[in-house]
Design a binder for this molecule. Structure first.
Ligand code: URA
Length: 225
C-alpha cells in the first residue's frame, strides 16, 4: 500500500504478473481430461484487488466459447443479482473451480476438481478477498473442505445465505454459500431465495464499510467535549 492506503503501481503489476502465471498454467494443462474438448479455457475475470470473490462450478458452452465466466443464461441472472445489490461486476472477481467445460455440462468429477482446484487456491491467495461466495454446492463443498469448515458442511438448501468466518493465511475471510444462479434459470420460484442470498453479501459489505468509516460525531464518550 502507498502512504495513504492506496494501491501502488508496483502492487498492481505484481498481482497482474501472478495472475498471468495462473492463466499460463491453465492454458498449459494439457494433461486435463477436459483439454481434448477445450474451446477456450475460462480462468476468471474482474478486479485483482476485489473484496468479493464469486466462485462457480465450471464454464458452460457460452463461457467456453467466449473464454469468460458467467456470460450465458446463468451469467445474466448473476448480473441482475449484482445490480440488485449495487455491486458493479467489474469490482468483484469471478471464477470457477474447473477452468474448462465438462462435456454436456455434466457435474465435475472428483479428479477434475483435484486437478483444477490449485489454480483457484492460487487466485484466492493472490487476490486475498475478504468475502468469498460459493455459487452452488460444488464450490461450497470444495471451499469448506479446503478452508477449515469441513464439519460445518450442510446441504446447499440449508447452508445457502449463512455466514461463516474462517482464517486464511492472509487474514480472516467471510464465507457465504449461495444457490447457483442457474437455479433461477431452470426453477421458477428460486429467484427470491437467490435475491435473499445476495442481500447477505450486501449486508456484509455495508458492515465492513461502517467499520472502516464509522459515523462522525456518533455519541462517543468525548463527543460533547
Ligand atoms: N455456471 C458456472 O458455474 N460457471 C460459469 O462460468 C457459468 C455457468
Amino acid at each position: 500500500m502507498g502512504k495513504n492506503g492506496e494501491i501502488t503501481e508496483e502492487e498492481r503489476r505484481q498481482r497482474y504478473e501472478a495472475l498471468k502465471e495462473v492463466r499460463d498454467g491453465v492454458i498449459d494443462l494439457k494433461e486435463s481430461p477436459l483439454y481434448a474438448t477445450r474451446v477456450k479455457p475460462v480462468v476468471g475475470e474482474g478486479d485483482h484487488f476485489a473484496s468479493v470473490m464469486l466462485v462457480g462450478e465450471a464454464p458452460g458452452k457460452n463461457e467456453a466459447e467466449q473464454g469468460r465466466p458467467f456470460c450465458g443464461a446463468a451469467g445474466k441472472v448473476l448480473d441482475e443479482l449484482l445490480e440488485l445489490i449495487n455491486l458493479p461486476r467489474n469490482e468483484v472477481y469471478i471464477t470457477n473451480i474447473l477452468k474448462d467445460r465438462p462435456p454436456n455440462n455434466r457435474d465435475p468429477l472428483p479428479q477434475e476438481i483435484e486437478l483444477y482446484a490449485p489454480f483457484l487456491d492460487r487466485q484466492i491467495a493472490i487476490i486475498k478477498p475478504e468475502i468469498i461466495a460459493a455459487l452452488g454446492r460444488f464450490a461450497m463443498i470444495y471451499l469448506m473442505e479446503r478452508y477449515g469448515m469441513r464439519e460445518l458442511i450442510e446441504p446447499i438448501s440449508q447452508a445457502h445465505g449463512k455466514v461463516f468466518e474462517t482464517e486464511m493465511e492472509y487474514g480472516p475471510v467471510t464465507f457465504v454459500p449461495l444457490y447457483h444462479p442457474a437455479v433461477a434459470v431452470y426453477t421458477r420460484g428460486m429467484r427470491e431465495a437467490l435475491e435473499g442470498d445476495f442481500r447477505v453479501i450486501e449486508r456484509q459489505l455495508e458492515f465492513r464499510k461502517s467499520i472502516r468509516h464509522p459515523p462522525v460525531g456518533g455519541g462517543g464518550l468525548n463527543s460533547k467535549q
